[in-house]
Design a protein around this ligand. Sequence first.
Ligand code: NAD
Ligand code: TYD
Length: 352
Amino acid sequence: MADKTIIVTGGAGFIGSHVVRLLVSRYPEYRIINLDKLTYAGNPENLSDVENKPNYVFERKDITDAESVRAVFDGYLPDGVIHLAAESHVDRSISCPAEFVMTNVVGTATLLDAALACWKGRFEGKRFYHISTDEVYGSLGREGRFTETTPYSPRSPYSASKAGADHLVRAYFHTFGLPVVISNCSNNYGPNQFPEKLIPLAINNIRDGLPVPVYGKGENVRDWLYVVDHACAIDTVFHRGRNGETYNIGGNGEYANIDLIRMLCRIMDGKLQRAEGTSERLITFVKDRAGHDLRYAIDFTRLERELGWKPSLRLEEGLEKTVDWYLSNEQWLQHTVSGAYRQYYREQYENR
Ligand code: NAD
Ligand code: TYD
């Protein structure tokens, strides 16, 4: 009998796979159920090193399918849920907003209902942990940082759908007493990230000598956190966070996109033994993203002060590790960028 059974949704995705790996190896006495639909972003290869562990179970299910979700809850009687499954890419949310509403809003509501029905008002030792993003707070000017009390002001279909989900989670806490906790994190990077996102896309293109598309003038600022640090923060909040509370998670790593890409180019020149400046010549400024948020920056004092978490890596260190991983996992990248990815890439970047 496991000490705790935890359902992780979206465990085959980028962040989810790091969370599953951490929980499966750090807590052999727990049973970890990975509930994932395996969309284009879900890749079982991300978890090939843990798939045979006795405390790991995979359930291929859709979080918007109430019947299947209820069956998983009834079958495993979880103590906790860590909810990461989502449509996660802003550009895709601009071309197909409805999918984001379905997965991120309806899917979250379906999981909340399943938890409520399964736990039947007996909430002792139970927890529903919703993973959200700093993008729900909107866009900053040159100054200031998001805190947990910054009013929500989402501006893309992605961030609006995540904000909708966050509101539902809080509503279930206030209305039904469901024990919930939420964290809002800044941009993640690291191994296993699907190459639609800026850093892996740039690594892939630089390696192949292809143009590196930078939206607008590259002046938009993001705060970057190494994905394993995020997984550790999630472990901390899941075990020690307070019910009904929100925790911001950040990397202390604010960079304008163009500065980040230049740093990446220098690292790649070194790793690929190319003459200095070779990769930078690939930088290509392209048409800006519609409604492109200027700046995100996150104040994570609460998490640091109350629960003692802080990021372990600076961006440059994390980028080195990330580049090393992509260059030594070419097969993963080849599988990922075949077929549907090529179609997506053409639609997204041709004539831009
Ligand atoms: P991802 O796109 O890499 O993975 C999403 C996973 O969810 C995939 O495995 C996919 O198969 C699964 N999924 C999608 N729809 C599903 C459905 N209907 N039913 C079941 N599974 C489904 O995403 P990610 O970057 O790992 O992000 C994970 C979570 O963290 C998301 O909720 C995202 O909003 C949040 N987040 C991401 C970042 C970031 O920088 N990537 C930052 C802050 C917060
Ligand atoms: P992204 O990785 O899509 O994350 P998010 O939009 O959630 O922050 O993009 C990070 C930043 O990089 C964002 O300002 C948009 C920009 N960007 C580019 O300049 N070129 C690209 O090809 C991509 C995908 C993003």
